[in-house]
Design a protein around this ligand. Structure first.
Ligand code: ATP
Length: 271
């Protein structure tokens, strides 16, 4: 069987992102920084994978490496069966940054349309797609507003719409809700789960919040710094249907406890 046949035979569980012995060392004036050390991880189609760990453990670096914004110094990384560079050129992913990063001089509609303009979509296709993704993130009616006329949560939703614009299978999200208050964050977490259920995308999500990681994920990757490495990978046993009050359930609390223990162990290794 060829690799492609195997992938098809595996169907919904095909590996979308596969890191094997991945290393990334930054050379700095103060010496080498091991941002990623021997990272082995498989992310399968349709999984929602959160990365959690203290500042500097390499969460962002791992996401940026998948997106071909950093180059590994060792090991292999494949994205949709391609090198990260090939995957970037094939527009395999959308990327949502920590800050919404919308252009203040463009309306919401024009911000979301930008990647489609760059990719040379026809004007008609651009408009249809922009309408579709703004509806997905529940921002219909705000097309003509400028970013500064929207709340922080709405801006972040617009930034998600922009990442969804060209309908990539993979969505990479780097702490998208970190700057928002807890109530808004709860609502966006619920909406993101619904969006994920509707679109069947594979999501890589960086967070510092244990409840957020446990609430959203099918898989939680716990990382530890100096050198940045994976210390635990937790397959969630929570059901797909997750009302917010699932956070009070014993199952949720048990997973959160395991994440906390993993974080603590990583911390103790470094003191
Ligand atoms: N371009 C770079 N040059 C040198 N060192 C870097 C560079 N980018 C990241 N690093 C270092 O690599 C390590 C991992 O950084 P990274 O941003 O991936 O961590 P993180 O887990 O995402 O942290 P945070 O939670 O604070 O965002 C850190 O020690 C950081 O200082």
């Amino acid at each position: 069987m060829t690799d492609a046949t195997t992938a098809r035979a595996e169907g919904a569980s095909a590996a979308v992102i596969e890191a094997k012995g991945l290393n990334l060392t930054f050379e700095t004036n103060d010496g080498p920084v091991h941002a990623l050390k021997d990272v082995d991880l498989t992310i399968r189609k349709g999984e929602f994978v959160s990365f959690i760990g203290p500042s500097g453990c390499g969460k962002t670096t791992f996401l940026r490496t998948i997106a071909d914004l950093e180059s590994p110094t060792g090991g292999t990384l494949s994205v949709n069966g391609m090198t990260p560079e090939e995957a970037r050129k094939a527009r395999a992913y959308g990327y949502v940054f920590q800050a919404a990063g919308l252009y203040p001089w463009r309306t919401i509609e024009a911000n979301v349309r930008l990647p489609l303009e760059i990719m040379g979509y026809s004007r008609q296709d651009q408009s249809a797609r922009v309408r579709e993704v703004l509806e997905l993130v529940e921002l219909s009616g705000f097309e003509k507003k400028f970013p500064w006329q929207l709340s922080g949560g709405m801006q972040q939703r617009a930034s998600i719409a922009r990442a969804l614009a060209f309908d990539a299978d993979i969505l990479l999200m780097d702490e998208p809700f970190g700057a928002l208050d807890e109530i808004v964050r709860d609502r966006l977490n619920e909406e993101l789960l619904k969006l994920w259920a509707r679109t069947h995308k594979t999501i890589g999500f960086v967070t510092h919040s244990i409840p957020e990681a446990v609430y959203l994920s099918t898989k939680i990757v716990v990382m530890s710094p100096r050198p940045g490495r994976i210390t635990d990978v937790i397959e969630s046993t929570l059901p797909a249907e997750r009302p917010l009050d699932i956070r009070d359930s014993p199952e949720f609390i048990a997973i959160a406890h395991r994440v906390r223990e993993g974080l603590r162990a990583g911390y103790e290794d470094n003191v």
